[in-house]
Design a protein around this ligand. Structure first.
Ligand code: FE2
Ligand code: FE2
Length: 230
């Protein structure tokens, strides 16, 4: 696929990309499985629409952005980062499907820069910023709480662990690149203290910043469905 022909052809490979991506996302991963991907896709497109981003790049990147998340979390190999390895894998997938090199480069940059945990690569393009913000908005609010609890369950963690000295805990269980050494020793409250409570302040786009302010409400399926607890 050549540059300029992307609009129609990207459309034609989307179905195939979904099929392939589905084979990477475990069926019962409620934190990083299909429903997370669908929410991030919906949110990223909504943000992208308001920010004037290329929605085809966003769509391909959103579908593929976490294909190696489960592998990182469960193989727990030092140096294996799902955003970097996932970006390389996405490049192979899109190349096989005949996507244009420029499209692949733009999609892969979105994927390699979507990570919040000691992100090695900062998002440089508007599409990468939209994906980053959409992915992080799924870490906060009601969905964020549920996903965090599921991760604890998935790794047989205590839901709540008392750690008096967070810096000491970080030395023991968090690598210098921000990845977790032993997931079983981590917990939802430690994840919140070390990472989740900073997420709302890390938005790149104006739309993302506005949306993060409403996340005190309980967001379930999209930006319009919400209810209050009082
Ligand atoms: Fe991710
Ligand atoms: Fe994600």
């Amino acid at each position: 696929m050549k540059v300029g022909a992307s609009a129609i052809l990207v459309d034609s490979i989307l179905t195939k990309v979904w099929e392939i991506a589905d084979s990477y996302y475990p069926k019962h991963d409620w934190a990083h499985g299909r429903s997370h991907i669908e929410r991030v896709l919906r949110m990223a497109k909504e943000i992208g629409n308001r920010e004037g981003a290329n929605l085809e790049i966003i769509e391909l990147a959103a579908i593929l952005h976490d294909i190696f998340e489960n592998r990182e979390a469960h193989s727990n190999v030092a140096g294996f980062r799902h955003e970097i390895e996932g970006s390389k894998e996405a490049r192979k997938i899109l190349t096989k499907l005949g996507a244009a090199e420029s499209t692949i480069d733009r999609v892969c940059h979105c994927i390699e820069s979507h990570r919040k945990r000691s992100g090695v690569i900062e998002p440089q393009t508007i599409e990468a910023k939209c994906l980053f913000d959409a992915d992080k908005l799924d870490c906060i609010g009601a969905i964020g709480i549920l996903r965090s609890a599921f991760v604890s369950f998935d790794h047989r963690q205590e839901f709540y662990r008392e750690e008096k000295d967070l810096e000491d805990y970080k030395k023991r269980n968090i690598r210098l690149d921000g990845t977790i050494i032993d997931y079983a020793k981590h917990s939802s409250n430690l994840e919140y203290e070390l990472s989740l409570k900073y997420v709302a302040k890390r938005m790149y786009t104006e739309t993302g910043k506005k949306k993060s302010l409403t996340k005190g409400r309980l967001l379930w399926t999209n930006s319009t469905a919400d209810f209050r607890t009082n």
